[in-house]
Ligand binder design. Sequence first.
Ligand code: MN
Length: 137
Amino acid sequence: MKIRPVQPSHLGSENTFTGDVWRTPLHEGDAPGYLSVNLIHFSPGARTAWHSHDFGQILLVVEGAGLVQVRGESAQRLRAGDVVSAAPHEEHWHGADEEHFMAHYSLVESHPHGPAVTWGEHVTDEQYRQALEDLED
Ligand code: MN
């Protein structure tokens, strides 16, 4: 058993995020398991680019309000306590709404040789506005 001291948080790359997105690494599994756990904080309006995960992803929403959208579907609202299960290779994005912070834990499995995420294009301001409009109240 080991106890890892709390790690510094890193501001996400502009290549894969819009707005300020902070990642705190918590766990990177080594053989025989490759589970990675991160805590992600999104500022209001911040979001990931479109992407997919080879082995899917679990999001545990712990703070604030946000949204998640699967390609070709309407966005869905996220609140603290919600649990999102993204299927393997299901293209999606997630982020905060326009007036709240949102934080979620991210649980993903990686390949032995590295991460298992495929990044696409940014979610444009127009796509983001449309996603907010499409949320059911
Ligand atoms: Mn994801």
